[in-house]
Design a binder for this molecule. Structure first.
Ligand SMILES: [Zn+2]
Length: 595
């Protein structure tokens, strides 16, 4: 039974005492804990919301054993009690320009309310004070909109209230050049162009600086891997790539986007004036946590102006232990056995964005001991590691991969990492390095591991040289993993499952799960990604199969007989463990990897 909070006055704030009493009455909080808490005659301080104070106690939730009454649980309880919808603010889903136009920062701060959604005739307002309603009639009157209240946690409310208004304020000031002027609409385009011409939108303008800081911080918070700044006809479009999927984040007036792009180009030491030729640059920045982040920039001229993509390299994300990369125990053992050989070639294959670089860096980091010289030749250097010797390919001065390996070989190396093998010269140099007693790691673009061998022959490497040097090939993919906060047990169509796993029958019981969607995963049902691996380890039997005329199918068959797990089977195992779904695995594994 839910007890009712009786309003003391029309429009009162939550009182700490009343909230504690109600939690006890609702069976959520133990009475003795409440009594102990209330004895020292506590009163809710004006500046601390009662729920925040209570969440700090970390009380066990009497109704949900094992859970604590954290801020989110308390907020949900309050929403239910007040008969209002619970709402968690997702900054990526809020149209900041629209919501901040509903009321002023001062008004919103005074009543601790935040508009979160605006429609033609209604506005959704988030609050953490369900019984303080003095603003409601007034705001309805001023805006002419129907007010719909939702309950959100007070910490998020305070944070986003400041963030939304400060960023929209910066954008507005950057656009208008004047403080507190209404946002110029898109209909005002000519005026905006005028402002741009007069040079008021400067890349060094404090507001632009602030927008850029906000944008980067936001991208880090959201675990984005790329930021896209896309000019459109009338506005600028900002999107983040999160777990491999692009998500729309923000629209900006076109001139503001231009200034923001210029500011980022300044930071990346690029030519700000040049807008017609593609350019590259990089930025190193420190996050508030102290982690160093590197951003790789790339511009491209488009019909509506200069498009900018920022790729985020977070060393912590780039180097992980093998379990975190999704390696199974068998994968780890097989991989370690290959990479601890004194000499030979190991190839990692897969399309762009399949996590090859992360695997290579994580491996090299593990191998880089003081007594070992680890050298790399890369295009580009994705991450600078202090105990590697890294060289950047520079085509303009004739330093390509092949020339790079040649140089490295004169540098007394033990382990060489070559960014990519895509031509005969590079392949030959890599073979030579392996033959002269070095361990060579590189990548190749093929669909699966077995195809790497015919690919090397196509490039022009004779079978006997492949046989003499190749230690193994690992194909890999990244697949999105189910959000652990909301996934639910589910079923998989028996025919689909049989087709995916044929001709095998996976041992053990499968526990299938399906995506649901919650606040933690922004309602996508997926959170993070994990690797699928197919390891082709050279064995005497396999070496016999590497003949001038052998094709990928024959090698694949032999590999499976020697214990190789195909990508789709690796995917099926993750599905059976309840980590991902058939849909996600089918998206990334090779289409017809028949035996
Ligand atoms: Zn979720």
């Amino acid at each position: 039974m839910q007890s009712q909070i009786k309003p003391i006055t029309p429009g009162h704030h939550l009182s700490l005492h009343q909230v504690v009493k109600d939690l006890v009455a609702d069976g959520r909080l133990a009475k003795d804990a409440a009594d102990q808490f209330l004895i020292p005659a506590r009163s809710s301080k004006l500046d601390i919301h009662p729920l925040v104070m209570l969440a700090q106690q970390e009380w066990p939730d009497q109704q949900h054993p094992g859970n604590t009454l954290n801020l989110e649980a308390l907020t949900q309880w309050l929403a239910k009690k007040a008969g209002l919808p619970y709402f968690r603010i997702d900054p990526l889903k809020v149209d900041v320009t629209a919501v901040t136009a509903v009321t002023s920062h001062a008004y919103a701060s005074r009543y601790k309310i935040l508009p979160v959604k605006v429609e033609a005739n209604r506005v959704v307002i988030a609050t953490a004070e369900p019984y303080a309603r003095e603003w409601e009639g007034e705001l309805a009157h001023i805006t002419g909109l129907q007010i719909e209240r939702v309950i959100t946690n007070p910490v998020d409310l305070a944070r986003f209230l400041d963030e939304f208004y400060s960023v929209s304020h910066s954008i507005r000031r950057a656009t208008s050049g004047k403080e507190d002027q209404a946002i110029p609409g898109i209909s005002n385009f000519e005026q905006l162009v005028e402002l741009g011409k007069s040079g008021r939108l400067d890349a060094n303008d404090q507001d632009i600086v602030q927008i850029v800081d906000w944008l980067l911080q936001y991208a880090f918070d959201q675990r984005a891997s790329d930021i896209h700044m896309e000019p459109r006809r009338e506005k600028g479009n900002i999107r983040f790539r999160i777990d491999g999927v692009l998500q729309h984040v923000y629209d900006m007036p076109a001139p503001v986007m231009t200034a923001v792009t210029s500011r980022i180009k300044v930071l990346g030491r690029m030519d700000v004036v040049e807008k017609r030729r593609p350019q590259d640059g990089r930025i190193k920045t420190k996050m508030h946590t102290g982690d160093e982040i590197e951003l790789r920039l790339s511009t491209m001229p488009t019909a509506f102006g200069e498009k900018l993509v920022l790729r985020i390299f977070n060393p912590e994300v780039l180097v992980k232990d093998f379990a975190a990369l999704g390696f199974g125990e068998k994968d780890i053992a097989g991989w370690n056995q290959m990479v601890t050989q004194p000499h030979g070639i190991i190839l990692v294959t897969g399309p762009t964005g399949s996590g090859k670089t992360t695997t290579l860096y994580s491996t090299l980091k593990q191998l880089a001991k003081p007594e070992v010289n680890v050298c790399t030749v890369e295009d580009p250097i994705e991450m600078v590691v202090s105990n590697f010797n890294q060289m950047q390919v520079q085509h303009n001065i004739g330093v390509d991969f092949a020339a790079g390996i040649r140089t490295l070989l004169r540098q007394d190396p033990d382990i060489i990492m070559v960014g990519e093998i895509r031509d005969r010269e590079t392949a030959e140099m890599a073979i030579q390095a392996a033959l002269t007693g070095h361990l060579v790691l590189s990548t190749l673009h093929t669909n699966d591991s077995a195809s790497a061998i015919p690919r090397l022959r196509e490039i022009g490497i004779p079978a006997y040289l492949i046989n003499a040097t190749l230690l193994g090939v690992m194909a890999q993919r990244l697949t999105r993993t189910l959000c652990p906060h909301c996934k639910q047990p589910g079923e998989v169509d028996a025919d689909v499952w049989a087709a995916l796993t044929s001709p095998w029958k996976l041992s053990g019981e499968a526990r299938f799960y399906q995506p649901v969607g919650c606040d933690e995963c922004r309602n996508t049902g997926y959170l993070g990604r994990s690797g699928l691996y197919e390891m082709l380890k050279m064995t005497p039997t396999l070496r016999e199969k590497i003949q001038p005329d052998s094709d990928a199918v024959a090698i694949r068959k032999a590999g499976i007989n020697e214990g190789m797990t195909q990508l789709r089977i690796a995917g099926a195992k993750k599905i059976a463990m309840g980590l991902t779904t058939v849909e996600e695995v089918l998206k990334v594994v090779p289409p017809d990897s028949e035996i």
